[in-house]
Design a protein around this ligand. Structure first.
Ligand code: SAH
Length: 384
């Protein structure tokens, strides 16, 4: 066991983080640290409660753990959050954090408050490999996957900001999670799954799978696993009803075309009328917003328990599109609605701080590599 305790909060790269470990990993870590195997599970449970229920940032307040043990833990481990490189607040109450991780790479997290609840929009990767034409993040190349710790930490930072600890059992400001930040969550499935499992644990942050939505551009081979292992709500970034257009604006369509994507939605475990799949559809003026598009959309998804989320295009510097007119959006929504699908138009939030859908971006870049073969290999997202 460690002998000396550095002052709390002192940046010490030698202290390992305990955030982002599963319960089993935490218990194993404690055994490696010197805890008796018979006691490790109980100790892990205590720590879990302090870290994820109380939001402890240090070992100091862990009053259920004896002082010498607390000191020893503090000498060896950290519960530090990533550095908040910048925080911005929108006039509509939306908050956005640019977080800097241990290696200096950065990603953004957003909190969107609503009247009686609020959603934390979490990033899964630094940059993105998808290059969707209308998305700001898509202009930044994929740098790397985020680890489970970095994904969970985004939620911790957002909750720290509101001081909403311990995890409330009733009404919450931070009640929902949307995996809709930077990156494609299904290209980083293992880390996303681990992070969400930690977040859903009922003795910690305890956000139910019903309040978590994972959005994918259509990584077809992983959709079933997502439903089976996580059973969270699914959102699909559809945005076009023909392969010709979708190939152009959502290029992953060239690999997994619309028919395959829709088939995977039909098979999504847990989809029912009570738990509908959300189809996201960005409204691009003169591109995908005609009444014919709306009618084709309704045909395409026939029989799937679904709702259509119409997203007015959020502009960003240099974007090659404009947002559809209000009339075009209303006409489109009307057609979808009359066909029996709920078709809410997503109110843009946090546009003034570039925090709305598709506006996130960080300055992080991939370290240059010497040979172009390595460069291409690094481009291939995990999971494909
Ligand atoms: N890669 C995942 C997660 C990102 S979610 C996915 O594609 O689903 C972000 C959502 O915002 C997606 O539906 C995306 O298509 C949408 N979006 C991207 N750029 C946008 C923009 N400029 N205006 C409105 N919505 C946008």
């Amino acid at each position: 066991m460690a002998l000396e305790r550095p002052p709390e909060n002192e940046a010490s790269p030698s202290r390992r983080s305990l955030i982002g470990l599963t319960r089993d990993e935490l218990a194993a870590e404690l055994i490696g640290f010197g805890e008796r195997p018979q006691a490790a599970r109980m100790r892990a449970r205590q720590l879990w409660h302090w870290i994820y229920h109380h939001g402890a940032k240090t070992f100091e307040p862990m009053s259920s753990i004896a002082r010498p043990m607390r000191d020893a833990l503090a000498a060896a481990y950290s519960l530090d959050r990533p550095v908040i490189a910048r925080e911005q607040r929108s006039i509509d109450g939306t908050r956005k954090w640019l977080l800097r991780f241990d290696d200096g790479q950065e990603a953004e997290t957003v909190y969107i408050p609503e009247e009686d609840r609020g959603a934390v929009c979490i990033s899964s990767q630094v940059g993105c490999a998808l290059t969707c034409k209308f998305c700001h993040t898509g202009t930044q190349r994929l740098v790397r996957n985020l680890g489970a710790r970095e994904i969970v930490s985004q939620f911790l930072v957002a909750r720290d900001s509101y001081g909403e600890w311990p995890s409330p059992s009733g009404e919450r400001l931070l009640s929902n999670i949307v995996m809709m930040g930077m990156g494609e969550p299904l290209f980083n499935f293992d880390n996303v799954a681990k992070a969400l499992t930690i977040i859903m644990d009922s003795e910690g942050i305890s956000i139910s799978r019903r309040r978590i939505t994972l959005s994918t551009a259509g990584v077809v081979p992983l959709m079933e696993r997502c439903g089976e292992e996580l059973n969270v709500n699914l959102a699909v970034s559809l945005h076009a009803v023909t392969d010709e257009l979708r190939d152009e604006i959502v290029p992953i369509n060239r690999k997994y075309p619309i028919a395959q994507l829709i088939e995977a939605c039909r098979r999504y475990p847990g989809a029912s009328n009570a738990r509908r799949i959300t189809f996201e559809y960005v409204m691009l003026k003169g591109v995908n917003d005609s009444p014919a598009d709306a009618k084709a959309l309704v045909k395409l998804i026939a029989g799937i328990p679904a709702k259509i989320n119409l997203i007015p295009f959020n502009p960003w510097p240099g974007a090659p599109y404009e947002c559809s007119t209000d009339e075009a959006i209303a006409r489109f929504a009307g057609i979808v609605n009359r066909a029996g699908y709920s078709s809410p138009v997503r109110t843009p939030r946090g546009r003034d701080i570039l925090a709305a859908c598709g506006q996130l971006k960080s300055a992080s870049q991939r370290a240059p590599r010497r040979n172009s073969v390595g460069e291409r290999a690094a481009d291939a997202p995990a999971g494909t």
